[in-house]
Design a binder for this molecule. Structure first.
Ligand code: SAM
Length: 504
């Protein structure tokens, strides 16, 4: 049997593996208990020795950690005992472990993860972090930083139908099964779908609730619409060639992200939303214009968030290393050269990366593309929902007639320098939001006074502006400028409509 053929049978082992893993304590909590914080940290850094030391005397759990998390060869009798009731010969035949004379080693990665709703297990290919090996074209990626960032950027309020494009090891689909009545997960490789099927089975997620479909992009779901779409597609920017399906789409440059942005809207139900990872090339034009051109003029509210930008050299080097290759190796160097030449010819000076959030409406589209480069800890999924709710609110209200409140906990920061004649002089005033993406805006003294005047049970914006004109002797306050100022703060959740909870 080839590796792909054997993976198709993996799901048949899932029930037995679940029994074995629960007995041994091969769960997120169990692994942490045995390893302790230090060895767990070493595991994350790809340093096997502290982990092996912590596993000594760890019984079946120690064997499973060494087998699946370190990729160690372990004594065959210990592996057989740890996997029981799964028969070790069957585990070999079905591609879970391999004979590694004189012992046995893992043929794939199966690990406990906590995606936010307790322990789950996921199957993927060995990632080569702890043991170097070549990865195949249909290599199935495990749960990585990108997977987790999309997971945290996905709203988890209940929906009927969710679509996961490019499911890989099934991480988004398994997570979505907690809040979606039905999940459709697609991928172009049989191996991904086999791993996902095994992941669903071991987590006892009924096959009635998840449909797996093979095919590219939206091909397998033609004619259907969804309440939510999630996608961590193969968005890597490069020549139109597939070396690894997890990263290459076969489309030129940022074609994969463009295709997803242009096509996803057609598969969303009214009010349906999409959370997608995407990247875009920067060619001298403002990156915002490029991404904006992918969003239809009507029927979509879009929030595009650029999290990072890499220069071409850093970008190509990172992806070459990600595939387990040494950039100094002649074949890898040749690949890097061709890749960089391709980017150069296209005039690419940088590659932006981030999230695209979409929501279907009946109205002309609204698009905000902006940078969010600073660190924050709150998940972006609830923020995306709130942001799109605020956009809908803005569409249906005249700001001048409305009353507002400054969000709870917002902080005003004043930076002042000492002037010998006039004392401390403000050079910058900022208003900070304490939660979510922790936005901050520079404001002027007039803006500061305006914010101080906003009360949910007080005056409306027009009245506050008039009062401010009189109080400051400003003579004339530019009303459109005030509205732009307020709208920007509403979009970022620093100012909220007076009865915002009720408004939602
Ligand atoms: C970056 S991995 C994402 C895996 C997983 N969803 C996650 O969040 O970690 C991209 C996945 O898309 C699949 N893929 C590649 N080309 C595709 C296409 N044209 N249509 C759908 N899926 C594709 C790959 O096989 C791979 O499993």
């Amino acid at each position: 049997m080839s590796a792909t053929d054997s993976a198709t049978e993996l799901y048949a082992l899932a029930g037995g593996l679940r029994t074995a893993f629960l007995r041994a304590g091969y769960t997120t909590d169990g692994v942490l208990d045995l390893l302790g914080d230090d060895a767990q940290g070493a595991l994350g850094r790809g340093e096997p020795v502290p982990v092996r030391r912590a596993c000594a005397g760890g019984g079946e759990l120690g064997t499973l950690i060494r087998l699946f998390l370190l990729g160690d060869t372990c004594p065959r009798t210990a592996v057989a005992a740890a996997l029981a009731p799964v028969d070790i010969d069957q585990a070999v035949a079905f591609g879970l472990v391999r004979h590694d004379s004189p012992g046995a080693g893992a043929a794939i990665d199966v690990r406990p993860v906590d995606l936010g709703a307790g322990n789950r297990w996921l199957f993927s290919d060995l990632d080569g972090t702890l043991r170097r090996h070549d990865i195949t074209e249909d290599h199935v990626l495990g749960v990585g930083q990108a997977s987790l960032s999309l997971l945290r950027a996905t709203a988890t309020d209940p929906v009927d139908d969710l679509l996961d494009i490019g499911t890989g090891c099934g991480v988004q689909a398994v997570n979505a099964a907690d809040f979606a009545a039905h999940v459709t997960a697609t991928d172009v490789t049989d191996r991904s779908l086999a791993m996902t099927r095994a992941g669903l089975a071991i987590n006892e997620i009924s096959s009635d609730r998840v449909t797996l479909a093979k095919g590219a992009w939206f091909g397998p779901v033609g004619g259907r619409t969804f309440d939510r779409i999630v996608a961590n597609p193969p968005f890597v920017v490069g020549p139109p060639k597939v070396t690894h399906t997890y990263r290459d789409s076969g489309l030129d440059l940022d074609g994969a992200s463009e295709l997803m942005c242009r096509t996803a809207p057609k598969f969303l139900r009214e009010d349906g939303s999409a959370s997608m990872l995407a990247s875009w090339v920067i060619t001298g034009d403002d990156w915002r214009q490029r991404v904006a051109s992918w969003i239809p003029d009507h029927g979509i509210d879009a929030w595009v968030v650029q999290r990072d930008v890499a220069d071409p050299a850093l970008y190509v080097g990172t992806w070459i290393r990600d595939a387990g290759r040494d950039p100094r190796d002649p074949a890898a160097a040749d690949l890097a050269d061709r890749w960089l030449t391709h980017l150069d010819k296209a005039g690419v000076t940088g590659i932006g990366f981030g999230f695209v959030f979409l929501r279907r409406t009946d109205e002309p589209s609204d698009l905000l593309a902006e940078e969010l480069g600073h660190a924050f800890h709150d998940p972006l999924g609830p923020e995306a929902t709130d942001y799109l709710n605020r956009v809908q609110w803005l569409r249906t209200h005249r700001l001048v007639d409305e009353k507002f409140k400054v969000t709870d906990g917002a902080a005003l920061e004043r930076v002042a320098t000492l002037d010998p004649d006039s004392g401390w002089q403000d050079v910058v005033i900022r208003i900070h939001r304490p939660d979510g993406p922790r936005w901050s805006h520079e404001i002027d003294p007039l803006g500061r006074s305006l914010l101080a005047g906003l009360r949910p049970d007080g005056l409306n914006l027009s009245e506050v502006t008039e009062l401010l004109t009189l109080a400051t002797g400003a003579g004339h306050i530019d009303a459109p400028a005030v509205q732009d100022f307020v709208e920007g703060l509403i979009r970022h959740g620093i100012i909220l409509p007076a009865h915002w909870d009720a408004a939602r």
